[in-house]
Design a protein around this ligand. Structure first.
Ligand SMILES: O=C1C[C@@](O)(C(=O)O)C[C@@H](O)[C@@H]1O
Length: 285
């Protein structure tokens, strides 16, 4: 298991203190500033969360105007998320992959490009994000010194150029691929991990729906194989109740992080974050 590459050392969260422990990432689907600030603060207050994923697809779906206007509306809220001090993973989960925003390939690329620019240019206080990133040495750090990373769906038409743009801007990238129906074949899973690694993603993540225990095993084996052959951290998730082994013991198969819920889950099978942290305390110390 490799470490999640956008932890915030200053947060002193469990994965920061113990590099052998997978990062716990908690999603928020907040669509306004108050909800976002409150959910990030609540996650930080538990002391067991390492990063927050802000799923902005519900906000993009609810807002009106061009995709650029809607992405900018989301970005204007980002400083509220950063005040809690936990790293933020910005995710536009499209309808293609089980998310809430129906979006064209062109609009997805435009939204992600706007988010990359915003993640490097967020102003908190009087320093620019890019300057703070250089000073703090934290990749993708916003002005507060809190890392901001971005999710890019590897199957989107412009994924490779989006990943290249994010890396050029110093924003860490989590490449994603989801199948909410079944679990891909072993060959397809490995090809997906390889494509993510070849595109230079900072984390290669797949989330699959199992139908049988053998599907969970195939996902875990592919994750472990990909971890052994890739320089970048990997993350393999088997969703639904059947896949919970992957969310609890995934680190033993190479996963650098696990998604857990506080309040609303963002995918089937997520475990309560506090309960999961207690289990991880017991099994990983
Ligand atoms: O990609 C992922 C993983 C996930 O689908 C899960 O299964 O926990 C949850 C999503 O919010 C996130 O973007």
């Amino acid at each position: 298991m490799k470490s999640l590459p956008f932890l915030n050392p200053a947060a002193g969260s469990p994965a920061v203190r113990n590099p052998g422990r997978p990062a716990v990432i908690v999603p928020t689907q907040a669509i306004d500033a108050e909800e976002l600030a409150a959910e990030c603060a609540a996650a930080a207050a538990t002391g067991i969360v390492d990063a927050v994923e802000w799923r902005i697809d519900p906000l993009l779906a609810a807002a009106s105007g061009s995709v650029l206007t809607r992405a900018e509306a989301a970005l204007s809220l980002l400083p509220r998320a950063l005040t809690a001090g936990l790293p933020i993973l910005l995710t536009v989960r499209t309808g293609f992959e089980g998310g809430q925003v129906e979006i064209t390939e062109d609009d997805y690329a435009e939204a992600v490009r706007a988010l990359i620019a915003g993640a490097t240019g967020v102003e908190v206080g009087d320093r620019t994000a890019a300057a703070a990133g250089v000073e703090s040495g934290v990749p993708g750090a916003a002005a507060s010194g809190v890392p901001v990373a971005i999710d890019v769906e590897i199957d989107r038409a412009e994924s490779r150029s989006l990943i290249a743009s994010a890396r050029e801007a110093g924003v860490p990238v989590v490449a994603s691929h989801h199948n909410f129906e079944v679990t891909d074949s072993a060959e397809r899973l490995l090809a997906t991990f390889t494509a993510m690694s070849e595109a230079s993603a900072d984390v290669a993540k797949v989330a699959m729906m199992p139908q049988t225990p053998a599907d969970v095993l195939r996902l875990l084996e592919a994750t472990s194989t990909a971890d052994a052959s890739s320089a970048a951290p990997v993350l393999g998730i088997s969703m639904g109740p059947l896949g919970r082994t992957s969310r609890i013991m995934g680190a033993d198969f190479g996963s650098c992080a696990t998604f857990a819920q506080i309040g609303q889950a963002s995918a089937p099978g997520q475990i309560d974050a506090v309960v999961l942290a207690e289990i991880l305390d017991r099994v990983t110390g």
